[in-house]
Design a protein around this ligand. Structure first.
Ligand code: TPP
Ligand code: MG
Length: 553
């Protein structure tokens, strides 16, 4: 371990100083005395660390998670002991599922009273252990700097994820002289060259290959290598999660809109940086129109991410830039350049047909409004660097179909954990991380109810964000499946035309309700021009359900 020298200070000073050395400029929190040393240190740090105080700990952790995703420096959430930590657990779990770099520092009841029943006395690490890469108590003030350094290093190392520490109050307020470690340079893990040769051989022999690019391509900083590979190899690609935009909207090799043909007719699917989970049919491809099952290759940022359930023709792991550049070099050594032009043309035809089919819905004049019309109005208003955040069910699925990012790292969806309520936290972090970009938060009306109070945080911290609520007065993604399975539904309806826009106005932002499709565009223009948090509350047709092929099980 290299050190930045020994320093004197209380526990908060050690923790904040090490976090800052790892690149953190903001801590997300909700007040509690157990963590006061963190605030004192943030206030007195040079430069001060921004304290972004929110209205629910879930928002603090969702914000830190989103900051980690957007900046690729672990986000930092500071939670008070007991309920502060337990309120954050769902968001920590989301970070685990999404491989998001995140450090959560919890307060903890004092060690010198442990077992006597002091306020909020809870042993957190056993609760956090199953959903983190690291969860432990730091018992001595002199150990805080080293432990925080370890937490940041673990969170930021592939495969990324959350790390949790708690510090007993007496140790946190205590003082010590301790070494403050200097963060070490990132180490890149080389992939196995022979494995890449095998993959290159499979690719060279394939007639209808498809490349899938997922979130870890962005998280691992491999977005340029990925686009290079797509273009140099000439292989059609489907992107998901934070890799959306790696192959930009309109690129001739981006075939996401022809996904079902691509996956169904492919003879070789190479999946990079995302698990072979329900979003990818558990890693089973091919078989459409009498096609044989496809061979599957899994390339991941670390060995533990390689699928254990799918039958793989080959796999490799390591730094994804080295993986993709290495694969291209190996492909060139194959000496035969496969001609995939007919396959690519077939998929391009599929994309063009899908885009043409969309037009009617995107321009729909239906009353009540079809949710697709909202995206027909929103998409042309988005700048290349817009950050689009989805929090909801069907409303967000429509966004996934109709909003195609033009740059990577600007699309935040709930990921495989699918936790509603992440929206306001993600919007807070996005506004801070991308100060000059459009930030658009897409909220289902159900999801809106989970975090809308944190509009108060946007207002207090002067963070303008455009919110668009697809208000179908229902938990739509649950209502339709229950209808399908039982022929009736319960616990799926919400009140009609609830004025979420007035909630935002009451909290100090702006907003309006829209019931006429022709008014969506002008309302969005007003929202983008507002310079304050602004919610466009669009009343939509509850019967316009997203056409879903799977419920994720
Ligand atoms: C925390 C949490 N609770 C429940 C669910 C189950 N769930 C998934 S989508 C959904 C409906 C979302 O409704 P809304 O936000 O209004 O979007 P809509 O589907 O109506 O467009 C529900 C309840 C979940 N994913 N996360
Ligand atoms: Mg809804």
């Amino acid at each position: 371990m290299t050190t930045a020298g020994a320093s004197e200070g209380h526990g908060g000073e050690h923790a904040v100083s090490v976090a800052a050395a790892h690149g953190v400029d903001t801590l997300f929190t909700l007040s509690g005395a157990h963590v006061f040393p963190m605030y004192d240190a943030a206030v007195h740090a040079e430069p001060p660390m921004r304290i972004l105080d929110v209205r629910h700990e879930a928002t603090a952790v969702f914000a830190a998670e989103a900051a980690g995703k957007l900046t690729r420096v672990p986000g930092l959430a500071v939670l008070t002991a007991g309920p502060g930590v337990t309120n954050g657990v769902s968001a920590v779990t989301q970070a685990r599922f999404s491989g998001s770099p995140l450090v959560v520092l919890g307060g903890r009841a004092p060690a010198n009273r442990w077992g006597m029943g002091s306020l909020q006395e809870l042993d957190h690490p056993p609760l956090l252990e199953p959903v983190t890469k690291l969860a432990r108590t730091v018992h001595q003030v002199s150990e805080i700097a080293g432990a925080v350094d370890e937490a940041f290093t673990v969170a930021a190392s592939p495969h990324r994820g959350p790390a949790f520490l708690d510090v007993p109050m007496d140790a946190f307020f205590d003082k010590a002289t301790a070494d403050r470690p200097a963060p070490s340079d990132r180490r890149r893990t080389d992939p196995d060259g022979a494995a890449l040769e095998t993959v290159a051989g499979l690719l060279a022999a394939a007639e209808r290959p498809v490349l899938v690019l997922g979130t870890d391509v962005w998280a691992d900083g491999a977005e340029e290598a990925a686009l290079r590979f797509v273009q140099d190899a000439g292989v059609p690609a489907v992107t998901n999660g934070m890799a959306r935009g790696v192959v930009p909207a309109g690129h001739p090799l981006l075939v996401t809109r022809a996904r079902s043909t691509a996956f169904g007719r492919s003879d070789l699917v190479v999946v990079v940086g995302t698990p072979l989970d329900f979003r990818l049919g558990y890693g089973t491809f091919g078989g459409k129109d009498g096609a044989a099952p496809a061979q599957v290759v899994h390339l991941a940022d670390s060995p533990d991410q390689i699928s254990r359930h799918a039958s793989l023709a080959a796999s490799a792991s390591g730094d994804l830039t080295l993986v993709l550049d290495g694969l291209q070099a190996a492909l060139e050594r194959q000496g035969r350049r496969p001609d995939w032009s007919r396959w690519v043309a077939e998929l391009q035809d599929g994309v063009a047909a899908a885009v043409a089919r969309d037009q009617e819905l995107l321009r729909s004049e239906a009353d009540p409004i079809h949710p697709a019309r909202i995206y027909g109005e929103l998409a042309p208003r988005l700048a290349d660097d817009a950050v689009v955040i989805g929090d909801g069910g069907d409303f967000v699925s429509f966004a996934g179909k109709f909003v195609e990012p033009r740059r990577p790292g600007g699309w935040l969806d709930p990921g495989p954990f699918g936790c509603l309520g992440a929206g306001l936290g993600a919007a807070i972090a996005a506004r801070l991380s991308r100060p000059s970009a459009q930030i658009v938060l897409l909220l289902g009306d159900g999801a809106a109810g989970m975090s809308l109070m944190d509009v108060d945080t946007l207002v207090r911290h002067d963070l303008p964000v455009v919110m668009v609520c697809g208000n179908n007065s229902a938990w739509g993604l649950e209502k339709q499946p229950m209808q399908m399975l039982y022929g009736y539904d319960v616990a799926a309806d919400l009140a009609p035309q609830t004025r979420y826009d007035e909630v935002v106005r009451a909290l100090g932002g702006g907003g309006e309700m829209v019931t006429d499709p022709a008014q969506i565009g002008p309302a969005l223009d007003r929202a983008f021009a507002a310079g304050t948090p602004y919610l466009v509350n669009v009343i939509t047709d509850v019967d316009a359900a997203y056409p879903r092929a799977t419920f994720g099980v």
